[in-house]
Design a protein around this ligand. Structure first.
Ligand code: SAH
Ligand code: SF4
Ligand code: F3S
Length: 481
């Protein structure tokens, strides 16, 4: 899915061009040669595996990296025994980091048996200096490290890696560059994520994302539309517009544009059936957006609206820039205007100084908004963020108690909300064969609820009407009508 450039015209006897993306095509061709030679030596195709640890934006980056690997001639497999493994890391909470270190231990023993194996690390964790130091010291078998701002250079970095017997490290602090038109793989043929912006400027006091993803940069709307048009021509019927705070889309463009306007442009694309987006920051969610959603035939009836905390005192300390009352007013307005919408959220428990009373306020909000689903996280201290130096007198036991109390309410509310559609007929986009029962397929309703129903692979990628026969907690068992 890119403007195919004729690699035959790339002349490797010349110096690499300085212009992007041409420079990367030069290195793709160069890397192909290396891979061909290595394959000849081994008498088989070289394999590669990509492991993703983070959010949808990370997953999208992995598709770009895999696209480059496939173009270079690697056979992609889903197994860490591959000749090249990349780990696309996340550092939003410490457990994400720990998982990566665990996997590195495992892959090290594989590398000892297979010395030509290459290991690459990239993604958000790599933007932290302390992580790089730790890897240099304790995981010196890693071959390549790069960050979030230079993934488009993957081919060039691979050539550097294959030409060096030392660890290659290339980390940029930030960038204002957006390099496009490189190959990208797509995990699904019928749906795709589309970046509309990169980075984040919000600096919520607990969050590391602005430090590892850099300043907010919106893509030009014409490039976004062009990309979606190509995807649709390729068979995609659902897109997910991706950004850390999509509601502030377009602010830094030469010709500023609001997110609601972008959505209206995307809606016009013929052949596109469904539009989703993630994530919305409550402070920037405009009335125009609500109206555009209300009147749209394509925008899905789902809004992910992270609350983080229900107590205004904690929200202020979190630098979220809304109060409990403002959030509730917004949620009510959305429910009033779009009654069939499902609202989901993220909540953090255990932010420094958060008491049981504060969590009671969060529980009140959950009960009042009636979320269709809520992702609850225990606060994880991130070095370098303002919250990391805030005193926290609350014990781990208290945090755990608060967390369990909240989770109970979240689950009760979600079960009730999700179950309200029982007996109705809704359209579902069939995504895959059911993981546990291959006589069933799994589809997604506009409001993001999953329904499993009898069907076969021929339905994958189509939108069908399904009767929601029985609610099972967070999903339905249904039948096609
Ligand atoms: N841009 C999105 C969130 C991206 S991170 C937004 O603003 O909503 C996804 C979620 O991880 C956040 O919504 C938050 O709930 C959680 N999170 C972020 N930093 C965290 C931390 N330090 N500890 C625990 N959870 C965190
Ligand atoms: Fe993190 Fe806040 Fe930006 Fe979301 S909006 S990525 S929580 S700083
Ligand atoms: Fe994680 Fe980076 Fe996403 S820190 S949540 S992968 S932006």
């Amino acid at each position: 899915m890119y403007n195919e450039i004729d690699l035959d015209k790339v002349d490797l006897s010349l110096e690499p061009p300085s212009e992007e993306p041409m420079r990367q095509y030069y290195f793709i061709k160069k890397a192909r040669k290396i891979v061909e030679e290595e394959s000849k030596r081994l008498g088989r195709r070289l394999t590669a595996d990509g492991e993703t640890f983070g959010c949808q934006m990370n997953a999208k980056d992995s598709e770009k990296l895999i696209g480059i690997l496939e173009n270079i001639g690697f056979e992609m497999i889903d197994d860490e025994s591959a000749d090249l493994v990349f780990y696309n890391t996340c550092t939003v909470r410490d457990n994400a980091n720990q998982r990566v270190y665990g996997r590195l231990g495992l892959v090290h023993s594989m590398k000892k048996k297979n010395p030509h194996k290459k290991i690459a690390l990239c993604g958000c964790m790599m933007q932290e200096q302390t992580v790089i130091e730790k890897i240099q010291k304790s995981y010196s078998f890693v071959d390549l490290i790069f960050g979030t701002h230079n993934i488009y250079k993957f081919a060039e970095l691979l050539v550097a890696m294959y030409s060096s017997d030392r660890m290659v490290i290339d980390i940029w602090k930030d960038t204002d560059k957006i390099v496009e038109d490189l190959p990208a793989q797509r995990k699904y043929s019928f749906k795709s994520g589309v970046n509309i912006m990169y980075g984040c400027n919000n600096f919520c006091s607990y969050c590391i994302v602005p430090y590892v993803r850099g300043r907010e940069r919106s893509r030009n709307s014409k490039d976004i539309i062009r990309e979606i048009e190509k995807l649709v021509a390729d068979g995609v019927i659902e897109v997910m517009l991706l950004g850390q705070n999509v509601n502030s889309y377009g602010k830094n463009l030469d010709e500023p544009m609001h997110f609601a306007e972008l959505l209206q442009e995307v809606e016009k694309i013929e052949g596109l059936e469904r539009i989703r987006f993630m994530t919305s920051h409550p402070k920037d969610l405009s009335d125009e957006l609500i109206q555009v959603m209300k009147h749209s035939k394509k925008i899905c009836r789902h809004l992910h609206l992270p609350l983080q905390a229900g107590s205004t005192r904690i929200l202020t300390a979190m630098n979220r820039r809304y109060t409990k009352e403002q959030y509730l007013e917004l949620a009510h307005k959305i429910r009033r205007e779009i009654p069939d919408i499902s609202i989901t959220t993220d909540i953090i428990v255990g932010f420094p100084g958060e008491t049981a009373e504060d969590v009671n306020e969060t529980i009140e909000v959950v009960k009042e908004v009636q979320y269709d689903n809520a992702f609850t996280f225990i606060y994880s201290k991130r070095t370098g963020t303002p919250a990391a130096s805030m005193p926290n007198p609350i014990t781990d036991e208290e945090i755990k108690e608060n967390f369990d109390r909240l989770l109970k309410v979240v689950q009760e509310t979600a079960r009730k909300r999700v179950g309200r559609l029982a007996g109705q007929i809704h359209s579902a986009l069939v995504e895959e064969i059911n993981e546990h029962d291959n006589t069933l397929v799994s589809g997604r309703l506009s409001n993001n609820t999953i329904v499993h129903f009898p069907g076969d692979a021929s339905l994958i990628g189509t939108i069908v009407n399904v009767k929601l026969v029985e609610a099972h907690g967070f999903y339905y068992i249904g039948e096609q009508v």
